[in-house]
Ligand binder design. Structure first.
Ligand SMILES: Cc1cc2nc3c(=O)[nH]c(=O)nc-3n(C[C@H](O)[C@H](O)[C@H](O)COP(=O)(O)O)c2cc1C
Length: 374
């Protein structure tokens, strides 16, 4: 029997467009490096998702690319041509058959595309400024025509997601990738309509939202979710500050999106720059957004108690990433009143038992500290 204290986590959630989730827990998007060479989803990848789609209300997939020069990782599944629709469909069906809503995360990696997988080594971004880390290439600044084409590619990915049976898409505007690169004063030094002022740096992100919404209005017969993910701050100077993000989020909250999703490693982290306020980022975001659009909070929510506390911040939905790698039965254990049995450290001998694809497992092992336990 579910412990009374944790029942709020299991309450259904209704989006304003009418889509209903069976509970408040969302699987956060996680790249797994495990797709086939041709960009289709692999058997191991599908098993990994099936295992993790049984408890949560909604699964946001790993990011997928819609432009050949937008692939951010080896073993990333593709959404750049109509030939990929059966593969996209296989993943959507696998998730939905287990009872969760399936959301496809759509992106372009921009200057974070590894040179070895960029077509002809042509790494592109808003401006010719390298990511501030050793060995990162200087990208080529996109032309306006190329930018317009990438905006349309986001629309095409959305159309393919609709045709493949997804319940929605999440626009990946976070984690240093192309959409964020246009918003960032570090990576965007343009002087045309896509850069210059904060307002102009929002042109590309907002144009992507408009294009995705346009396609949804054109093709969707039933209900469809459109979410947007953002990172609140960048450490570099110049870089996105909390003050910048509150302005972006205010604009996004008026765009008739179905949800916003902040990308954080620690749910209760506080702002580094741009605001004097000492409250957590989540609280500041929630204050600006109000009840205009639901916000998904995420970051180191390992236990049932962590999740219960997170809901008290006012966010209606909680994302779990690494926690579901470590314990795919996280939600079911709360349902059954066995929350004390939730595993919070990855067990080194359990790769197979946990249905973790080998390429993902190898990445985790190579990066100690990334996932607790390793
Ligand atoms: C292996 C791994 C892959 C990730 N890939 C993505 C991704 O494709 N897209 C994305 O928006 N975030 C990605 N993230 C970030 C997670 O969605 C999440 O924000 C982060 O892990 C913090 O949440 P957690 O503490 O619940 O893991 C990834 C995280 C991990 C650990």
């Amino acid at each position: 029997m579910t412990n009374e204290k944790y029942k709020p986590l299991l309450e259904p959630f209704d989006f304003s467009n009418g889509v209903s989730l069976k509970n408040r827990i969302v699987m956060a998007p996680m790249t797994n490096y495990s797709s086939n060479e041709d960009g289709t989803v692999s058997d191991e990848e599908v098993s990994y998702y099936i295992r993790r789609s049984k408890g949560v209300g909604m699964v946001i997939t790993a990011c997928t690319y819609g432009t050949t020069n937008g692939q951010g990782f080896p073993g990333e599944f593709a959404a750049h041509t109509d030939e990929m629709i059966p593969s996209l469909k296989r993943l959507a069906s696998a998730i939905k058959d287990e009872g969760a809503k399936a959301i496809l995360q759509i992106f372009h990696a921009g200057r974070q595309v590894p040179k070895e997988i960029a077509p002809n080594g042509d790494v592109v971004s808003a401006s010719a400024i390298a990511y501030p880390a050793e060995g990162k290439p200087v990208p080529r600044a996109l032309t306006e025509i190329e930018i317009e084409a990438i905006i349309r590619d986001f629309g095409e990915m959305t159309r393919r997601a609709i045709e493949a049976g997804y319940d929605g898409v999440e626009i990946h505007g976070a984690n240093t990738y192309l959409i964020q690169q246009f918003f960032s004063p570090h990576s965007n030094r343009r002087t045309d309509r896509f850069g210059g002022t904060l307002e102009k740096r929002m042109t590309f992100p907002l144009a992507v939202v408009d294009e995705v919404k346009r396609v949804v209005n054109e093709y969707v017969k039933e209900l469809f979710i459109v979410g947007y993910r953002f990172s609140p701050e960048e450490p570099e100077e110049p870089g996105i500050t909390m003050a910048d993000t509150l302005i972006l989020v205010d604009r996004l909250a008026s765009k008739n999106l179905d949800y916003l999703h902040v990308s954080l490693m620690d749910f209760w982290s506080t702002p580094k720059r741009g605001v004097e306020d000492t409250r957590s980022r989540i609280e500041l975001l929630q204050e600006v957004i109000g009840d205009r659009v639901p916000l998904i909070g995420v970051g180191s929510i390992y236990t049932a108690e962590d999740a219960r506390k997170a809901l008290t911040s006012g966010v209606p939905l909680i994302g779990l990433g690494r926690e579901l790698l470590i314990d795919p039965e996280w939600v079911q254990k709360i349902e059954q009143g066995r929350e004390d049995e939730i595993v919070t450290k990855l067990e080194i001998d359990k790769q197979e038992e946990l249905d973790l694809p080998t390429p993902l497992w190898q990445r985790i092992i190579k990066n100690p500290g990334w996932v607790p336990g390793i």
